[in-house]
Ligand binder design. Structure first.
Ligand SMILES: [Zn+2]
Length: 158
């Protein structure tokens, strides 16, 4: 049996099975092959699109690995930049500290005690500054005393 793709004069496409090519020709000549849609006996083999050859695909070539990005050069002039920035920041910190302590009383080593008593409202509230060790400052913060660390500078540590 041969299967033919057929089409009538109206363009209806359908399949027909025939014993042979000659069988189809004979049946068609006798108008025995009719369109199942419209009944037209004027049918012909539909043009069959040839199977499109996919061709032989070459295997995809190995992709060359992406080139390594050029190593970033070490930040240039790092020391100079830090020095320049640090001096500006130091100036800003000095200003910051000056502003904070402008109207502040220097209570020196008594700072933790003064801060606690002010926090407990045992003494008048005012702005004070002084010295506190890291442990003392941490303890004050844990007690709810809002202490603000002031910047110190290397040239003031002695
Ligand atoms: Zn038809």
């Amino acid at each position: 049996m041969i299967r033919y793709g057929l089409a009538c004069e109206a363009g209806h496409a359908f399949d027909g099975w025939f014993r042979s090519s000659a069988d189809f020709d004979e049946q068609a000549t006798r108008l025995m092959v009719t369109c199942p849609v419209c009944g037209s006996p004027k049918v012909a083999k539909a043009l069959m699109a040839p199977a499109l050859s996919q061709g032989r695909r070459e295997p995809a070539p190995e992709r060359a690995p992406a080139p390594e990005p050029a190593p970033r050069p070490d930040a240039p002039a790092n020391v100079a930049l830090v020095d320049d920035g640090a001096s500006r920041i130091r100036d800003m910190l000095r200003e910051f500290r000056t502003e904070l302590t402008k109207n502040s009383e220097d209570v020196g080593e008594r700072f933790p005690e003064v801060a606690r008593r002010m926090h407990a409202r045992e003494i008048e509230q005012k702005t004070v500054h002084g010295r506190a060790s890291a442990e003392e400052a941490k303890a004050l913060l844990e007690e709810g005393v809002a202490v603000q660390a002031l910047p110190t500078f290397p040239d003031e540590l002695n």
